[in-house]
Design a protein around this ligand. Structure first.
Ligand code: NAD
Ligand code: IPM
Ligand code: MN
Length: 349
């Protein structure tokens, strides 16, 4: 297999700590991969104003197979302009329209729901990743006065909605899943989410063995906590996907273990971006407290995408063992620091 290039952006806060462990993991596997380390994030922005330069974006688009991102967000940059340029430069700039976020518990020990086990928590959320309320269209008027107005437009295109829904059904078909849930608020958002509702049932006709199930997103949150076991695949818009995947992370043991992929699903040859669901967790930064499992599982998703699915299975099994045996960080009931938790998992591989 020809060697593949991975751009690595550790980012801010705990990002560099967990990505350092992810890089150790990748280097140990001796795969035909080259790493390209990028100095982008709050430190760089504060030093020389650089956020996400065009030449870097172009080289990623033309030469890299994947981007591995830690997290972005730093209290010294309160308006998060660097974070938006980099994160949305990747998601929007490369048209990575499917944000795939597995909600899969790897150990009974970390499932917080009474009477439930890991068998009950195994679903995946397909979050639309290029439109919705994230497009930054809108504005403020009469700012700072009693009459001020603030508007963020919610953009939903037929193309954008359809391709994300189709990606969810394709995933369900490949994995032999029997249902796809679509979560919206068509009861309140009669324009945008009527489109989601209509397109969902239209696309479903192309997948006869899979039952399309509509659910309002508020009720989905209820069902995910009451009994997530019947839920297999969820397709939803950008903002709802963001929110339900933090809820989902709680079901699998917290943000310390939640991974994600950002892909242009209809063309897997395009560069894709992989990141833990969590952010930069400023209170944990620099204290050897961050859980490296989310970034390890993220590397697993990336390696499957790059053609090494056995690697993901191994990584997942090693992380599951660490969780079962409480050889992990404090957020998931262990006593180890970031590096020691990573050491334990690496030793299992
Ligand atoms: P966060 O995900 O950083 O933290 C939320 C909670 O989860 C905190 O209690 C934190 O301690 C815990 N947590 C997160 N990752 C963990 C890990 N690996 N191990 C153990 N515990 C972990 O979310 P936040 O506090 O809302 O945001 C902090 C900053 O991160 C903000 O600037 C936000 O915009 C940014 N953010 C960035 C991304 C991204 O880059 N993709 C994602 C989410 C948030
Ligand atoms: C995530 C984050 C981002 C999002 C923020 C940092 C803009 O919460 O990746 O889940 O909302 O997409
Ligand atoms: Mn989020």
């Amino acid at each position: 297999m020809a060697r593949k290039l991975i751009a690595v952006i550790p980012g801010d806060g705990i990002g560099p700590e967990v990505i350092a462990q992810a890089v150790r993991l990748i280097e140990r596997r001796k795969l035909p991969l080259d790493l390209w380390h990028l100095d982008l994030g709050a430190d760089r922005y504060l030093k020389d104003g650089t956020t996400f330069p065009k030449d870097v974006a172009d080289r990623i688009r033309n030469e890299a197979s994947a981007v591995l991102l830690g997290a972005l967000g730093d209290p010294r940059v309160p308006k998060l302009e660097h974070a938006r340029d980099i994160l949305f430069g990747l998601r929007f700039g490369f048209d990575l329209y499917a944000n795939i976020r597995p909600v899969k518990a790897l150990s009974d020990r970390v499932v917080p729901l009474k009477g439930r086990t890991k068998k009950d928590v195994d679903l995946v959320v397909f979050r639309e990743n290029t439109e919705g309320l994230y497009v930054n269209m809108g504005g403020q008027f009469k700012r700072g006065t009693p009459d001020e107005i603030a508007i963020n437009e919610d953009v939903n295109t037929r193309k954008g909605v359809e391709r994300l829904i189709r990606a969810g059904f394709e995933h369900a078909k490949r994995r032999g899943k029997k249902t796809v849930h679509m979560a919206d608020k068509s009861n309140a958002m009669a324009h945008a989410h009527e489109l989601w509702h209509r397109v969902f049932f239209e696309v479903a006709k192309d997948y006869p063995g899979i039952e399309p199930k509509h659910v309002y997103v508020d009720a989905l949150c209820l069902y995910m906590v009451q009994d997530p076991s019947p839920i297999e695949v969820v397709v939803t818009c950008n903002l709802f996907g963001d929110i339900v995947t933090d809820l989902g992370a709680a079901l699998q043991g917290g943000l310390g273990v939640a991974s994600s992929a950002n892909v242009h699903a209809s063309d897997p040859a395009r560069v894709a971006m992989f990141e833990p669901v969590h952010g930069s967790a400023p209170p944990l930064a620099g204290k050897d407290l961050a859980n490296p499992i989310a970034s390890f599982l993220t590397v697993g998703m990336m390696l499957t995408h790059l053609g090494f699915p056995d690697e993901e299975r191994r990584i997942e099994a090693a992380c599951a063992k660490a969780l079962d045996e409480a050889q992990c960080t404090r957020d998931v009931g262990g006593t180890l620091g970031t590096r020691a938790a990573a050491d334990y998992i690496l030793a299992q591989l």
